[in-house]
Design a protein around this ligand. Sequence first.
Ligand code: IPM
Ligand code: MN
Length: 353
Amino acid sequence: MKYTIALLAGDGIGPEVINEAVKVSDAIAKKFNHEINWTPALTGACAIDAVGVPYPDETHEICMAADAVLFGAIGHPKYDNDPSAPVRPEQGLLLMRKKLGLFANVRPTFTFPSLIDNSPLKRERIEGTDLVFLRELTGGIYFGEKGRLDGGETAFDTCTYTRAEVQRLAKKGFELAMTRTKKLCCVDKANVLETSRLWRETVQAMEKDYPEVTVSYEFVDAVAMRLVQWPNSYDVLITENLFGDILTDEASVISGSMGLMPSASVGEHTSLYEPIHGSYPQATGLNIANPLATILSAAMMFEDAFGLHEEAATIRAAVNKSLEKGIVTEDLAAKGATAYKTSDVGDWLVANL
Ligand code: IPM
Ligand code: MN
């Protein structure tokens, strides 16, 4: 088959990790007789530098026309310490999510047998963890009305959800739960927030359509605690935008490195695949960043966007093998062992698919 993939490398280590994912994807395409047509496009700080906006219309058109989007990272420290910057790279990501209608962010957290001891959490707590967050991605406080009052002395951000927004996300959660252990946890703050009460009420009303799914309702503060205490007790978790942002960073600790966790954002138009780590400015250009989260995101793309299960499994098997053999970047290298470069890991995977 022929696939067109929009390639949004973005900022920081984005181009380096994307490079390795392209190498591995091309090798998989060759092995299984597919043809990939990569269409690079600008987003983030590099787009601001080049054309003044973080998600140019041309990039949007390229994404809309593609079969999938593979995305690296965006962000640049020069904006982080300047709250007055009129345009910020992150706005590009938010605009892209909104314009592509990417309302569901799928973030799996799992452990790799050979890396259990890399996690700061005890082996007996995390062994066997296999959970998936479905984070709502185009609503909530990220997109609500915001502003300043009192000549700048007061600031506000508002969180709004419609029933329809909750329903479409929850539907994906129920459907995903049906393909797994049929356990769904709705994470909210219904003891305090009105939007959370709408979430809870909406999900409760949907339960009758999925009689086989056992649904639990838990407050976000309690989930933050239980997630690192008993990650094994969770399977599919659905939650609103900001709670999901925070909890998925927390969950990545279980796997041992943020450099390992892939994600997919799906919704109305082209789906997007990206590592959950950010642009890691300190490592930019050093060829030391872990490319595995991006390579595993490419595997998710082969599986979910193209329905190519064997191709995805082949990538995952090679990744597992590289981890077992210690062909890893410095974030995962054992004490005293050689750390491989970003590009070495990609080369090894290509040679061992
Ligand atoms: C993420 C990131 C983004 C978010 C930032 C970069 C806007 O942290 O994808 O989780 O908050 O959604
Ligand atoms: Mn985040």
